[in-house]
Design a protein around this ligand. Sequence first.
Ligand SMILES: [Zn+2]
Length: 424
Amino acid sequence: MGAQPRPGASAPGPSGASGTSAASATGLLAAIADVGVDRVRGGYSRHGFDRAELALREWFVAESRARGLDVEVDRNGNLWAWWGKPGPNALITGSHLDSVPGGGAFDGPLGVVSALAAVDLLRARGFVPSRPFAVVVFAEEEGGRFGVPCLGSRLLAGTIDADTARRLRDPEGTTLADAMRKAGLAPERLGRDEESLSRIGCFVELHVEQGRGLIDLGRPVGVASSILAHGRWRFQFTGEGNHAGATPITDRHDPMLPASQLVLAARRAAAAAVGSRATIGRIVPVPGGTNVIASTVDCWLDARASDDATTRSLVTEIEAAARDAAAAEGCRLEVTEESYGDTVIFDPALRDELAGLLDDAPALPTGAGHDAGVLASQVPTAMLFVRNPTGVSHAPAEHAEPDDCEAGVAALAKVLEHLAGSER
Ligand SMILES: [Zn+2]
């Protein structure tokens, strides 16, 4: 195999966790660089409970055990690596290991490896946590397989119904329940997890920045201020499948026509509402033949705005345009909301406290959703961002320089050390 990446390979062994030397974030990322490489799209495709994500989970367990951390899997498939005894008022840090289809190397894994590296750094300094402490890995954060983002944290927080979650299907038709069962987990236990929730005293998630805020400010690390309200909607246009050559234009009910109008309407509506975003990133025509007029076209709208009302009115406007376009082509339209999260304002006192601790780190809003955003309504939550020199995320060009990654680890260690001794 030589230096060739091995997509979806079995878990690499623990690295840099000999118990004596501290691992670097980039060293830990290098250890998983071959797992889930996507040769077709580029970047990585690592989705909840697929081969690649399971290999990464196995790797995380091995890394945690090599550090003497005790790993638990909760009812919803999230992993918790405890430094010391699990208990209430715990200090929790971590992120996720899954990616979007063809995603970058940093979104998710950087927060997990930085947490492990921060444990090494704190331990090397002789730090012993004075309160329960764990590194968490949330399951299916991107929703890249089952369509609902932050699935592990939503289940934990009870913001998605367990039956609905069990029935979610991936593009191959496998349900979440079956995928979990295949991974050795028990989907009948899914649901709001009072025990795990009640143990979280404070959650800090480090994440690669998904934008250009820190580059423009010339700072390696920032803190999060807020997350846009955001959701996903499925638009299913149904027309009449037929022959591309034998069907006169006037006789057609081609659902691709209103689907294309939907793409344009989304851009138009978002451009008219300052700071809003609307994207159609996925279209699936059925049956999907070059010489076939599609019978149905499924499109997924991702819409985000500063507040709930603006997001809702954005989606209403886009849907109205799609309904008009469907009617004009003699097609039907069914719209389903697949997920929704209201605006998140991270605990301002905690945010300011951490920014102050980190040499007045800038506070940045983000358009990206996170597990920390889901938990913010339940427990004190904060996020640290690490500079991304490309500003690109959810794509192979996503990046963070090694020095910035280490600045992130140092910042996270400082924050954890501080919080370990605080009332939060
Ligand atoms: Zn992420």
